[in-house]
Design a protein around this ligand. Structure first.
Ligand code: 8YV
Length: 318
């Protein structure tokens, strides 16, 4: 029996997951093709499933060239890079790995908060570069800021936002949040207005979906956060007006930032590279063996269910 053709748009980093896909299907790795668009034109009609990433998604133009598709399996939680309305109209299930990466993303938010306030990366560099030996006097490295007890404002109280709230409680941090509406099951105060939340926070943590919310963190919000305030973003770069953030950081209008996501990845504004109060990551919040394996299992299940003619249990659209 011939194996169904499926299209894979990004590398899968857990070899066991990739192997199982390769055992079950004829996997077309679009990211290995010299001319991906020509490859799609030539082979797209055979593809029964597509596997893509949360922030990379798939365009409608590409989807139109995949007429036999039975599922769009997102190896991630973000659905902002797939046109769900388009897929719904086509009766096409779109699945995501909801719940699989919550803990890791919240862990990285904490790592960024701690690393940024305590200038961990600058401290590491000071030791590695031999500066400690050259300048052993304590004044050679500036004092950092305490994280414990900071007032944390969480933007987006979905799974990740809630997991961040749980974690910061252990550091004695009071939590407030904003979202589209207050959530009665939560014990934390709700703020409808982002500027008001920023004004009452020592650190703002962005954990919101970027389907509709874009550019919500602008100069006004950053000025409300103020020169003692930190910004952490583990959601999407375009929630922030990046030029406003760079200006606020370089002018000392906020205290620092911990950033895993950017507007035009992998391009990061070079003005951030020289700032010791900024911690940068390469969109790695879900990048652990444990989480990527769990995500891979969900993707495997979604593809198998769709190709067996069932509605995938992780479907968001049908
Ligand atoms: C991943 C993400 O980088 O889940 C998301 O929406 O942005 C990330 O977890 C990506 O999806 C991995 O494929």
């Amino acid at each position: 029996m011939t194996r169904p053709d499926i299209l894979q748009l990004n590398p899968i980093l857990v070899p066991e997951i990739q192997q199982r896909l390769d055992d079950l299907y004829t996997v077309h790795r679009l990211f290995e093709q010299a001319d991906p668009e020509a490859y799609l034109d030539a082979h797209g009609a055979r593809m029964q499933a597509v596997i893509t990433g949360g922030h990379t998604g798939i365009s409608n133009d590409r989807l139109r060239r995949l007429p036999a598709l039975k599922v769009v399996a997102i190896n991630g939680v973000g659905t902002d890079a797939v046109d769900l309305a388009h897929c719904r109209a086509r009766g096409l299930p779109v699945t995501a790995t909801l719940g699989a990466l919550t803990e890791d993303v919240a862990d990285l938010a904490l790592a960024l908060l701690l690393a940024t306030c305590r200038e961990v990366v600058a401290g590491d560099r000071f030791v590695r570069d031999g500066d400690w030996v050259r300048h052993p006097q304590p004044s050679a490295i500036p004092l950092a800021r305490r994280f414990s007890g900071q007032r944390i404002g969480i933007v987006g109280m979905g799974r990740v936002g809630r997991a961040v709230a749980t974690r910061v409680q252990a550091f004695g941090c009071p939590v407030r949040y904003t979202d589209l509406h207050p959530m009665p099951d939560l014990p934390y105060p709700f703020e409808a207005d982002l500027c008001a939340l920023a004004r009452q926070s020592d650190a703002l943590v962005l954990a919101a979906a970027a389907d509709t919310a874009q550019g919500i963190v602008n100069a006004q919000v950053l000025d409300a956060l103020g020169p003692r305030g930190y910004l952490v973003n583990v959601a999407r770069g375009r929630l922030v007006v990046e030029a406003d953030l760079v200006a606020a950081l370089t002018q000392g209008r906020i205290a620092g930032a911990g950033l895993d996501v950017f507007v035009d990845e992998p391009h990061v504004p070079p003005a951030l590279f020289g700032l010791r109060n900024v911690t940068l990551q390469a969109h790695r919040a879900s990048a652990t063996w444990e989480t990527r394996a769990a995500m891979g299992e969900m993707v495997l299940a979604s593809v198998a269910q769709a190709l067996a003619g069932q509605r995938p249990s992780a479907s968001l659209t049908t």
